[in-house]
Design a protein around this ligand. Structure first.
Ligand SMILES: [Zn+2]
Length: 348
């Protein structure tokens, strides 16, 4: 009996070089192979399935000899997916033993999360996320954030270049041996009133709004200091850490099984909802202070920002719907102001 999920494949019995054209289909937990004089039924779990990432021809080894091949990887993957049912369980693309191991690891990680705290765990996890995935997340997040309602900057190009140059020069002085990859993006509020703001996304994308530049038009050093704070978040992979905290279990499943697409898609939403802890803010502030000290910029310039943003929010009396990880929504409390004031004194 063939059902609609059957596929035509090439079969080798493992004893003879002759190939056979067969129909294969899944039924319950079994793989049925039927063709000219061939009728094999094997447990799906005993088949050595190829990894989905590989392009080109697919082939699967059967227990006790035998091979199934197909030249069209797309058709093969679609067929295998019918057995898989749910996209989250990517297990069929890999061997069952690996999946089992991954599941044990996930259980272990979750248990460890309860034991030692998810933030600590997420902090560790970020170091295992490959750079290209982190960049992919950053690009996706930036795209989604722009779609929500940020527009291209209206600052003159020469002013944008000046800000970039000042910032890059400042971090080159503070971190002479190496700097982490980062990209500045100049945007402004559109439908989304983000106001004077800056934020860092996974992969080193740092967004700066025109409104922030305008608010600090007479103090470019403050802009540099704020960017240095965001650069601190980049150095410590804070936004990725936050995303990992928010989606820990799916993140781990995704990372271990090699299917990160669903996780990548969930990160921008995560980043709009979660805020940095005081500890992460302090860590980013410390990098900013380091940059200011190295460049002989008074850390009081940061206090100027806090004062102006406070005045502005009183004047507008509006609660801007803003990104939780962005600079203006960071707690501009007495503790932070005191930190920058103290840093100013210590460097005199
Ligand atoms: Zn921050």
């Amino acid at each position: 009996m063939l059902d609609s999920k059957s596929i035509e494949l090439t079969y080798f019995d493992g004893h003879n070089a002759k190939s056979h054209l067969v129909h294969a289909y899944f039924k319950e937990s079994m793989l049925h192979i039927e063709g000219d004089g061939i009728n094999r039924v094997v447990a799906i779990a005993e088949v050595d399935w190829p990894e989905r990432q590989r392009h080109g021809q697919r082939q699967a080894s059967l227990p006790n000899a035998g091979l199934l091949t197909h030249h069209d990887s797309v058709a093969w993957d679609a067929w295998v997916a019918t057995a898989r049912g749910e996209s989250l369980v990517v297990s069929w693309q890999q061997s069952w033993s690996k999946t089992l191991l991954a599941m044990f690891l996930v259980v272990g990680f979750v248990a460890a999360g309860w034991q030692w705290g998810i933030p600590l765990l997420a902090r560790g996890v970020v170091h295992f996320v490959p750079a290209e995935i982190e960049q992919q997340i950053g690009r996706e997040s930036l795209k989604q954030i722009q779609d929500i309602g940020l527009l291209p900057s209206q600052l003159p190009l020469v002013q944008q270049q000046k800000i970039s140059q000042d910032f890059n020069a400042a971090i080159a002085v503070a971190y002479p041996s190496q700097q982490v990859p980062h990209t500045l993006h100049f945007l402004r509020s559109g439908k989304w009133p983000i106001g004077p703001n800056a934020f860092a996304l996974p992969g080193g994308d740092v967004v700066l709004t025109d409104e922030l530049v305008e608010l600090l038009h007479d103090s470019p050093e403050t802009v540099t200091a704020i960017l240095a704070h965001e650069y601190g978040h980049v150095i410590h992979k804070h936004s990725l850490q936050l995303a990992a905290e928010g989606t820990l279990s799916s993140a781990l499943v995704g990372l271990m099984l090699g299917d990160v697409s669903s996780w990548v898609a969930s990160v921008p939403i995560m980043l709009q909802q979660m805020a940095y802890s005081r500890d992460l803010e302090r860590e980013a502030d410390e990098e900013s202070i380091k940059v200011m000290h190295a460049n002989r910029i008074s850390t009081e310039v940061m206090v100027l920002f806090f004062e102006r943003i406070k005045k502005q929010s009183q004047r507008h009396n509006a609660e801007d719907e803003t990104l939780s990880i962005s600079f203006s929504s960071h707690p501009a409390d007495a503790e932070r102001i005191a930190r920058f004031r103290a840093a100013a004194k210590s460097n005199r």
